[in-house]
Design a protein around this ligand. Structure first.
Ligand code: UDP
Length: 373
């Protein structure tokens, strides 16, 4: 069986890495990898291929920038040509980016079965480009690989129970990745000195990675925050206050956010570093004392690493974390953000392995792809 995998953005490299390994471990199935080029910087793309052992893409497109329509349209045209020449048995897409939608639509129109990893997630906010991408991708998918029970429930409510498509709860491939790569966690080389325990304070002088003081790991890149000047200003103000009054904030800064902060002339006073590789990111998740984010994936990773999460959005697709009290939604309201940071700092949470499948999602996905359901 020949699988054409379409990836293009940072979280997709991480998700695909574990499924690619599971494909390589099985007889009778092989993968062609297409990278759309949506993320192309060394620290948003290459580092993940290097660290996670993802095979070099068989097809490398160079499509990034421009409007959503223009980007998706160019991808659609070029992916269609690849499907026509490669003739895959299935097209595998991940998550909710323009690369996801373009891959799914190109395949569906050519009657190639589409498999969607992270199917069924909903924020119920149609102003998010990701929400549009995931709803449309699910509609043309044949295999809907759901990470959670709530994702299955969302699809059932949309009438998928009566369709011919296979709705399958397999668990979350990001938990597979976190467990598989946990041993490879690596301290970022550009971590600010002030966050590090002085070497002479460290027991035996060897525990290089331990930190003197609590710190808060923050990521911020959702368009609903970066492209809305009022929200972005409120979040920057809140993060500055948290950094000053609650605990030092470390922010690996996404290029889109850096550009928006510069454009708006905002002053961000937290520690910032360039976006980090996955091994550095899981080190930070493991060593921090609180996660604050507007990312989808990072909300779950906080949980995998036993940290509470404050989510700077109005909705989340990962509702189960809010239900069990591991995650609090605070929107872009400066005072709610500050109060939540103090409330949740160093508050441990426990992952009992039940919510996200315990690290077996990739194997289950490959099994279903091989069996046809
Ligand atoms: N991530 C990373 N380096 C960073 C920031 C994030 O490796 O500097 C990882 C993070 O651990 C997670 C993934 O990127 O696995 C999440 O991607 P992102 O937040 O860009 O997208 P989302 O999950 O919101 O779609």
């Amino acid at each position: 069986m020949k699988i054409l995998t379409i990836i293009g953005a940072r979280p997709q490299f991480i998700k695909a890495s574990v499924v690619s390994k599971a494909i390589q471990a099985r007889e009778g199935i092989h993968e062609i990898l297409l990278h759309t080029g949506q993320h192309f910087d060394a620290n948003m793309s290459d580092v993940f291929f290097d660290q996670l052992g993802i095979p070099r893409p068989d097809v490398q497109l160079d499509i990034h920038g421009g409007s959503h329509g223009a980007m998706t349209g160019r991808m659609l045209e070029q992916i269609e040509a690849v499907i026509l020449s490669e003739k895959p048995d299935r097209v595998l897409v991940y998550g909710d980016t323009n690369s996801t939608l373009a891959g799914a639509l190109a395949a569906a129109k050519l009657h190639v079965p589409v498999a969607h990893v992270e199917a069924g997630l909903r924020s119920f906010n149609m102003r998010m480009p990701e929400e549009i991408n995931r709803i449309l991708t699910d509609q043309v998918s044949d295999f809907l690989f759901c990470p959670t029970g709530s994702a299955v429930h969302n699809l059932e409510r949309e009438g998928f129970g009566d369709k011919w498509a296979h709705v399958l709860k397999v668990g979350d491939v990001m938990q597979d990745a976190a467990l598989f790569f946990a041993q490879r966690a690596m301290r970022p080389s550009d971590l600010p000195e002030v966050l590090l325990r002085r070497q002479d304070q460290v027991e035996g002088g060897k525990e290089e990675g331990r930190l003197a003081n609590p710190f808060i790991l923050v990521t911020l890149h959702r368009a609903e925050n970066t492209d809305d000047p009022t929200r972005l200003a409120a979040i920057v103000k809140a993060l500055n206050a948290v950094h000053r009054d609650v605990a030092p904030v470390l922010l690996p800064l996404h290029p889109r956010t850096r550009a928006a902060i510069t454009r708006q002339g905002l002053e961000l006073l937290t520690h910032t570093i360039d976006p980090v590789g996955y091994f550095e990111m899981i080190w930070l998740l493991d060593h921090c004392d609180l996660v604050m984010t507007d990312s989808g994936g990072v909300q779950k990773e906080a949980f995998f690493f036993g940290k509470a999460c404050v989510t700077m959005r109005d909705q989340t697709e990962w509702v189960e974390l809010v239900e069990i009290g591991a995650n609090e939604l605070v929107g872009a309201d400066a005072s709610r953000i500050e109060q939540a940071a103090s409330r949740h700092l160093a508050r441990p949470v426990k992952d009992d392995g039940e919510l996200y499948g315990g690290g077996k999602a990739a194997e289950r996905i490959v099994e279903h792809l091989l069996q046809g359901a």
